[in-house]
Design a binder for this molecule. Structure first.
Ligand code: GLY
Length: 408
């Protein structure tokens, strides 16, 4: 048994199914096709949406463009590509595939630039290489069998593996590996970066990448999750001794609060690690995280940006809601068929999805999911479209629409 608290789920609604069917999912996906087609008029070739909109309109950024003022966009260009792959899967229309494959070329150029031009300008000195390549070149390989996309994905995994610190058994999140400020800092978001290593390991002669991903997930599970099943956003390890130091936040309300999207990265990420490793600890912990999350939802089932806020009038973060709902589906897929909690998680996922479809779908054709929060204290992307919120909402709908083969 895990030493983390498993709260009993309090919302009575989760005991019964909402009135929300696959037809409703399809209706929303059809509306999203129209939004994406409109967005494609502005975003094509090397022109991508930025991480977050301003007044619900995305500005543009290039995948190969280094822009100090918008350094956050370096981890988010892939989400637009991911949306195009999902649209290709949903509609079968080759125009999405054609555009997404152009992006595969661009993501390859980023790696080539890292090696042959300027490391800094390639924007790959961070662990978000997993977010960048899983839903671009890995998706390309899985959907089209492209050998070049596979090769690029393996090059990306190699870059990511350089961030592994064996003493601490973590992948360092940010900054140069010798930067004392960042040295030994892991963040919960990395749960979605390590699938690139699990994936790449299948093509390797030994299990080095698998061990890195597995060890990182174990260390995160041990230190990032608090005994009450809330999570730290980030955790600092001593890289000389491998001992834990302290938890802190970057995007949450405070060091001891629970940033909603961080919790969601955990709810989605730990079951993915279970899928690859079959280590039951990941499932047990994910359930603890899920119950903590589900017990702190306002009336409309969409979490506030930090779970310290419980009010109906507080600021929602729909991106966290979409990621957590996907996590519930991952959990259900991995849990034994006899587990009675499966139905509760399925109902909860459907209530969240219904609310996202009915209250938060974009209305101006410029983005997909309203009311996201990127970085509250940084005054960045508050109550706006977030390109990753858009992506995960579409992934959530695709998972409910069909038996979707994960890019992660
Ligand atoms: N991975 C960064 C974020 O969730 O905002």
């Amino acid at each position: 048994m895990s030493n983390v608290n498993l709260e009993k789920i309090k919302r009575e609604e989760f005991l019964k199914k909402p009135n929300f069917t696959k037809t409703d999912v399809k209706k929303t996906l059809d509306k999203i096709v129209k939004i994406v087609d409109h967005m494609m008029l502005k975003f094509h070739g090397d022109v991508f949406p930025r991480a977050c909109s301003k007044n619900y309109v995305y500005d543009t950024v290039g995948n190969l463009e280094w822009d100090e003022s918008n350094n956050e966009s370096i981890w988010t260009t892939s989400f637009w590509t991911g949306i195009l792959w999902l649209m290709y899967e949903y509609t079968g229309d080759e125009k999405y595939k054609k555009e997404a494959q152009l992006h595969s070329e661009s993501f390859r150029t980023r790696i080539d630039n890292y090696y042959h031009k300027n490391e800094q300008e390639a924007g790959l000195n961070h662990h978000d290489i997993g977010f960048l390549y899983s839903i671009t070149t890995v998706a390309d390989y899985k959907l089209t069998g492209s050998k070049k996309a596979l090769e690029t994905s393996l090059m990306a995994a190699k870059l990511l593996s350089k961030r592994y610190i064996d003493t601490a058994k973590i992948l360092q999140a940010w900054g140069d590996m010798s930067d004392p400020e960042q040295r030994g800092r892991m963040i919960i978001d990395c749960n979605l970066n390590i699938p690139l290593l699990y994936f790449a390991n299948q093509f390797m002669p030994d299990d080095t990448y698998y061990q890195m991903a597995y060890n990182h997930a174990k260390t995160a599970s041990k230190y990032i999750i608090r005994p009450d099943a809330s999570t730290f956003h980030t955790f600092h390890m001593d890289t000389e001794t491998g001992e834990p130091r302290f938890g802190s936040t970057h995007q949450g309300y405070s060091d001891d609060s629970c940033w909603a999207r961080g919790q969601a990265w955990g709810i989605m990420g730990f079951p993915i690690s279970y899928r690859y490793t079959k280590d039951k600890e990941f499932l047990e912990k994910a359930k603890c995280l899920a119950n903590y999350f589900l017990n702190r939802l306002p009336k409309d089932f969409i979490c506030n940006w930090d779970l310290i806020f419980l009010g109906d009038e507080d600021q929602r973060d729909t991106s966290a809601a979409a990621v957590a709902a996907i996590g519930l589906l991952e959990l259900i897929n991995q849990m034994p068929k006899t587990d009675k909690d499966r139905e509760i998680y399925e109902n909860a996922c459907l209530y969240i999805t219904q609310s996202l479809c009915e209250k938060y779908l974009g209305e101006n054709n410029e983005g997909i999911l309203k009311s996201g929060v990127y970085f509250y204290h940084g005054n960045l992307g508050i109550n706006e479209y977030l390109i990753f919120g858009d992506y995960f909402f579409v992934e959530l709908l695709m998972r409910l629409y069909k038996n979707w083969n994960s890019y992660w």
